[in-house]
Design a protein around this ligand. Structure first.
Ligand code: PLP
Length: 451
């Protein structure tokens, strides 16, 4: 349990709905927003948040929501964690910016040391820090190309890697991420993934399919890198079959292809390991971190084998804000909190509570086709009634209805998946079993309203 944290909560860890959702203040703010913020910046829920603490969001109308999204897996250590606030505030009063590539500072080096220590693999590693997940992906591809002197980039079906030009080309889903935004970066090759619920393949079979596809359509010799999410995030928490990822890694190693694990969503303790790669016995050449690394401050990194990371020319990597001292100090505090509060164990506790509750729901509602995920990264895939054993027809309408109903009752939950038919649970690791059980009750009610 999270007793060590409870003493420092500044918002009662409870759900409380005091207005219609969204409330009047949120509605007023949303009108202002619509006038000045483009529609391309989407809004999943027009609920304006005034403060947040632990696993609770408080909106401008005083409603309290159980947060099962954590800003898409960002506030892994809990909202406004006292440790993170303290570290960031202290750093704010010391130095907020010098530009690490002009005059460096210790916090950046410390984050690089911690990432070297906690990413898989026992060999010299180096890290470049940047501002966002997409920027980490971009840098990893740059580095892999420079190192291999090859250009091809392989990605998997249902992947999501960001919204920059290169990463748009790497995403599986066109709308809304890339529709109308071309021309796109070339030399990106998309191969079938392992999706046990749908393909029924073993890891070895799925790996043979992926590798065969890449060998036929591009050829190993022209590939600089293969980028995989060990557990796919936006794709719907797709956990590959046993042996799939190790087989891909082995093929990469044999063919001089840099194996890159995009752990932007799955990393930083979310799955009960520092990086999800560990669950699959992977030792990636490069590991990407972002979302959960700095408790909500913008920071991302590429960590990997020193000889690969050192291939770029001096000045070839970096950027004005990359590895900002305040964000870096927050990241150091996040690592400390993972250790001090044993958050890896908390992720496993959350998995047990969520999976047990969801299995109970699945016994009542046949639209739950699949329950999957590891740690505090759990999803349900919703199918049309009666199709669970046959066509597994996607049921995005049920997902939308559940998300909307849950919000109206004070539970924030996110959708996911290429077909929008997945509900994902990725709460802060500070969330209590009591809050999870309360939230599952609301999901139960939501499903009951669908019948
Ligand atoms: C969110 C995400 C990204 C993009 O990160 P941004 O910080 O939004 O640019 C890339 N890969 C994965 C797996 C993600 O979940």
């Amino acid at each position: 349990m999270t007793d060590t944290l409870n003493s420092s909560y500044t918002v009662a860890q409870e759900r409380k709905v005091v207005t219609a959702i969204p409330g009047p203040q949120s509605i007023a703010l949303h009108e202002r927003r619509l006038a000045v913020v483009p529609v391309g910046v989407g809004t999943a829920l027009p609920i304006y948040i005034e403060r947040a603490n632990g696993a609770i969001l408080v909106d401008v109308d005083g409603n309290q929501f159980i947060d099962l999204g954590a800003g898409i897996g960002v506030t892994t250590v809990g909202h406004t964690s006292a440790r993170v606030i303290e570290a960031a505030a202290a750093q704010l009063g010391k130095v907020t910016h010098t530009l690490f590539t002009v005059t460096p500072y210790e916090e950046y080096v410390r984050v690089a040391e911690l990432l070297a220590q906690h990413t898989p693999g026992d060999f010299p590693k180096k890290t470049v820090l940047v501002n966002s997940g997409a920027e980490a992906v971009e840098n990893a591809v740059k580095i892999a190309r420079k190192y291999t002197r090859r250009t091809g980039v392989a990605v998997l079906e249902h992947a999501y890697h960001g919204r920059t030009n290169l990463t748009m080309a790497m995403n599986f889903k066109a709308a809304p991420y890339s529709t109308g935004f071309g021309p796109f970066a070339g030399d990106v090759y998309r191969a079938p993934n392992s999706y046990p619920y749908h393909d029924g393949l073993t890891g070895a079979e799925a790996a043979a399919r992926t590798i065969g596809y890449l060998e036929k359509t591009v050829g190993a010799y022209d590939l600089a890198c293969l980028v995989v999410e060990p557990i796919q995030g936006e794709g719907g928490f797709v956990v590959p079959a046993d042996g799939y990822l190790p087989a891909l890694q082995q093929w990469c190693t044999e063919n001089g292809i840099v194996f890159i694990a995009d752990e932007i969503q799955s990393g930083m303790a979310r799955t009960g390991a520092y990086f999800a790669s560990e669950h699959f016995g992977l030792v990636p050449d490069l590991v990407l971190s972002a979302k959960g690394i700095a408790g909500g401050l913008p920071l991302a990194g590429v960590t990997g084998r020193a000889e690969i990371m050192d291939s770029a020319l001096p000045g070839g990597l970096g950027g004005t804000f990359g590895g900002n001292p305040v964000a870096a100090a927050a990241a150091v505090a996040v690592f400390e909190q993972i250790e001090n509060d044993d958050l890896l164990a908390e992720a496993t506790r959350i998995e047990q509570t969520l999976v047990a509750g969801l299995e109970e729901l699945a016994s009542k509602y046949d639209i739950i086709g699949d329950i999957r995920g590891i740690g505090a990264m759990i999803a349900i895939e919703l199918v049309q009634p009666g199709t669970g054993a046959t066509t597994k027809e996607p049921n995005p309408k049920a997902v939308d209805a559940i998300v909307a109903y849950a919000a109206s009752q004070g539970v924030l939950v996110l959708n996911a998946g290429t077909y929008g038919n997945i509900v994902r649970f990725l709460p802060s690791l500070a969330i209590s079993d009591a809050l999870l059980t309360d939230a599952l009750g609301v999901i139960d009610d939501a499903m009951a309203t669908l019948r």
